[in-house]
Design a protein around this ligand. Structure first.
Ligand code: ADP
Ligand code: MG
Length: 411
């Protein structure tokens, strides 16, 4: 453990009353592992981190389980030995030996912290979602205690994944999404660092409900939920209201500016988030999961690398083409126009994008294309269902589990 981390852990133990009687801090984990803690707050704006997470040992564990072998068991779900049913605490989950203590930044608003804890509490017992054990507050500092889940950094394995590996990975991710979405909750920040996966265990858990929200909170009707006829009427009347020139921006646009929740991580935001849809649904998580699959198939991380929402639109438009982007914008009552020459009318097939990204377009013996295998084609068919620009047509998590790519074959 390096000196800066050691100092940070000592300070935390001293300032958070009572924590050291219950837990022994072992190390800092996650994004904060290698970042100087003094720079953490500044860094959080870019990486989307809102906390410092520590691996710790629960000291009350031995008291409770001294009759158990406390070696970490390789194949157990959590990094802890199996616990007798009667040994469960009041929360209905077994107490693991190792925990992750998530110290939420004090700069997060109290309502945001409460929201995260409430949603986690609601999601207890959901398949593949990391359960909340308990939470504490000391003055303005709040910590959440979760079972520690051993996992490998995405960057270490994603380039090595075979199609069957991807199927196992996404089956786990989509079952988590299906249970979260069934509760009417949007995660809003689906990305590799929020899905802790262990290739050996062939399973993962979803973490980080810091940006999550209930479907329908703070949402106003968006045109994407109207019939196409209503949409046409409303777009025509709002265009007439601007009374502006047919080309370019009107000087005095009387329409109220659009406000929409844009929380999430750069590169993983769904097109409807970029187009400020005011009625976002759980489908935004499916898009982000699609970006994860695109990353794995193209062997490039991050796949999208935009600095802001306009750049993000340009990246998406380059793949999907002008025509489909225009239609997508229209769906949410807005306009997409561009004269960037690299954005073609029709865009490219995802299959082509993957062949280019992996340099297979001219890697054959005589400089010809190395085509996708049948199983890779199946993965691309699934990818197309996730990266569907229209959220109404995009596959749901439940449907995804029935898709040929994720469906478990009966033997
Ligand atoms: P943030 O809001 O700061 O992104 P997260 O909940 O995503 O907070 O946690 C940050 C990181 O801490 C994760 O990417 C992961 O590496 C690690 N982490 C979080 N929860 C656990 C856990 N239960 N077990 C192991 N590591 C965890
Ligand atoms: Mg996170």
């Amino acid at each position: 453990v390096d000196a800066a981390v050691q100092e940070d852990m000592l300070r935390f133990q001293e300032t958070f009353k009572g924590i050291k009687d219950q837990f022994r801090l072992i190390n800092r984990i996650g994004e904060g592992k290698s970042i100087d803690f003094r720079k953490l707050a500044a860094n959080s704006r870019d990486t989307g981190t809102f906390s410092t997470v520590y691996k710790a040992e629960d000291l009350s564990y031995e008291k409770y389980h001294n009759d158990w072998d406390i070696e970490e068991k390789e194949n157990s779900k959590w990094a802890s030995p199996p616990v007798k049913k009667s040994r469960r605490d009041g929360y209905g989950i077994s107490r693991p030996k190792y925990v992750a203590i998530k110290k939420i930044y004090v700069t997060s608003s109290p309502s945001r912290i409460l929201n995260e804890l409430e949603l986690l509490n609601d999601l207890r017992g959901c398949d593949s979602v990391c359960p909340l054990i308990t939470a504490f507050r000391c003055t303005d500092q709040v910590v959440a205690v979760l079972p520690y889940f051993r996992h490998t950094d995405f960057r270490e394995y994603f380039r090595l994944m075979t199609v069957p590996d991807m199927q196992i990975y996404f089956r786990s991710l989509f079952s988590a999404l299906a249970s979260v979405h069934e509760k009417g909750i949007l995660h809003r920040d689906i990305k590799p660092t929020n899905f802790l996966y262990e290739p050996d265990k062939r399973r993962g858990v979803l973490v980080d409900f810091g940006l999550a929200e209930r479907e329908g909170t703070d949402s106003k009707n968006c045109l994407c939920h109207e019939t196409s006829q209503r949409r046409r009427e409303r777009v025509t009347s709002s265009v007439a209201a601007t009374n502006g020139p047919a080309v370019g921006y009107p000087k005095n646009d009387p329409r109220p500016s659009r406000r929409a929740n844009r929380a999430g991580t750069r590169g993983f935001r769904a097109p409807e988030v970029l187009f400020k849809c005011t009625e976002q649904t759980t489908k935004i998580d499916i898009w982000s999961a699609g970006v994860m699959l695109l990353t794995i198939l193209s062997k490039r991380f991050p796949f999208f690398n935009s600095a802001d929402d306009v750049e993000a639109m340009i990246e998406i438009a380059t793949i999907f083409g002008r025509a489909r982007m225009r239609q997508c914008a229209y769906l949410h009552g807005t306009v997409f126009a561009t004269d960037i020459p690299t954005i073609g009318q029709g865009g490219f097939a995802l299959e082509k994008i993957i062949l280019w990204s992996t340099c297979r377009n001219d890697a054959g013996a005589d400089g010809e294309e190395i085509p996708l295998t049948e199983e890779e084609k199946m993965a691309v068919r699934f990818l197309e269902c996730c990266l569907e620009l229209d959220p109404n047509k995009r596959i749901s998590a439940k449907q995804a589990l029935e898709h040929e790519f994720l469906r478990e074959m009966e033997i």
